[in-house]
Design a protein around this ligand. Structure first.
Ligand code: DAH
Length: 339
């Protein structure tokens, strides 16, 4: 009897189970009612009295050892099967949540895309500028109100260091550095000393366009802008150019498009006129060309400047400019885009 018990103790210490079925088979073999250990307990009756104590202890030891071994095997079988699940390469992965693009970026990218199809490339300039590139080169007279502290942020005591108030400053940089023909689009952030409200902010975004070559005419400007308006707002969009004034263009104009909301019939958005203003434009003033080293007798050009917030408001009907810079995820989350 003692021999049998010792042999079983030996066997049990080296038991192995690769999966739940094998483990269950072992449990039945050793620990079930008809298992080997139970049958030893049955035989215990026949053990001679003087050996009962010793054999009884051995039997209990055997039973504990078997129970402990089966428990250990159970833990290892279960953790193996977890690992196998984690390694299931056929499982469909969790879908990755895509982020959204900022509405201003969507619109900027779309505008850039539209003009790049007619040959415009991108140019950029610094946000911290000097007076010459922002004002003087662009024909602003010295007493022009835009140079006033009220409109312009000066960032040091030196009145020559300021935050650009428009992306037209990139025009002067490009003209100084490139020879015609020039055909660039200059997107960027601009700053003005304005009280923040739903319709004005102290920083916003513009895109400047500049085309300089021989024989560029106002008709070229009009055609480029008509193409843009139709691409951006739909084939049925109409444009109208109203005479205006900018120091750096002569003649100058402001462009309206037919109101997207009412189709030109007149509504609250277009204040009943059927038209909404979207940009300023004109023929580059010969003084500006000369200031930037381009012969105004040989070359002419057009320029235009549009506000990205304005176009975005039109496209997405955003009523409050402040939404663009508040980083409210509930707002931003709505703008899914391929652009
Ligand atoms: N710089 C002007 C502004 O900030 C916009 C503008 C108007 C740009 C006419 C131009 C232009 O290039 O020709 O209001």
């Amino acid at each position: 009897m003692k021999e049998r018990i010792k042999k079983l103790l030996d066997d049990i210490s080296s038991l192995k189970a690769a999966n739940k079925d094998e483990l269950e088979a072992l449990r039945i073999k050793y620990l079930s009612k008809k298992g080997e250990i139970s049958s030893l307990f049955n035989d215990f009756r026949n053990v001679a009295n003087e050996q009962k104590r010793e054999v009884g202890q051995l039997l209990n030891q055997l039973k504990d050892a078997a129970q402990t071994k089966i428990n250990e095997l159970k833990v290892s079988v279960e953790s193996n099967s977890d690992a196998q699940e984690a390694m299931d390469l056929t499982r469909t992965p969790d879908p990755i949540e895509l982020g959204t693009r900022h509405p201003l970026s969507i619109v900027k990218n779309e505008i850039v895309d539209i003009f790049s199809r007619i040959g415009f490339t991108i140019a950029e300039g610094p946000e911290v500028e000097d007076d010459w590139h922002v004002f003087s080169a662009l024909n602003f007279p010295p007493e022009h109100p835009a140079r006033d502290m009220q409109d312009t942020f000066f960032i040091t005591r030196d009145p020559d260091v300021l935050l650009r108030t428009h992306t037209s400053s990139v025009q002067s940089r490009v003209m100084l550095n490139q020879k015609p023909p020039i055909r660039v689009l200059c997107p960027g952030r601009v700053y003005r000393n304005e009280a923040i409200s739903y319709r004005a902010h102290c920083f916003f975004h513009q895109i400047e366009g500049l085309y300089i070559d021989k024989n560029v005419s106002f008709a070229d400007l009009r055609q480029a802008l008509l193409y843009f308006a139709k691409e951006m707002f739909g084939e049925d969009t109409k444009i109208r150019l109203r005479p205006s004034y900018f120091p750096f263009t002569e003649p100058s104009a402001e462009m309206d498009i037919s109101c997207d909301l009412c189709g030109g019939k007149g509504c609250a958005f277009c204040k009943g006129t059927g038209w909404v203003e979207i940009l300023g434009c004109g023929m580059v003033d010969p003084n500006v060309l000369e200031n930037c080293g381009i012969d105004s007798k040989v070359y002419t050009g057009y320029a235009f400047g549009l506000g990205v917030e304005r176009i975005t408001n039109l496209k997405f009907k955003v009523k409050d400019l402040r939404m663009f810079s508040e980083n409210d995820v509930r707002f931003l989350d709505q703008f899914k885009s391929a652009y």
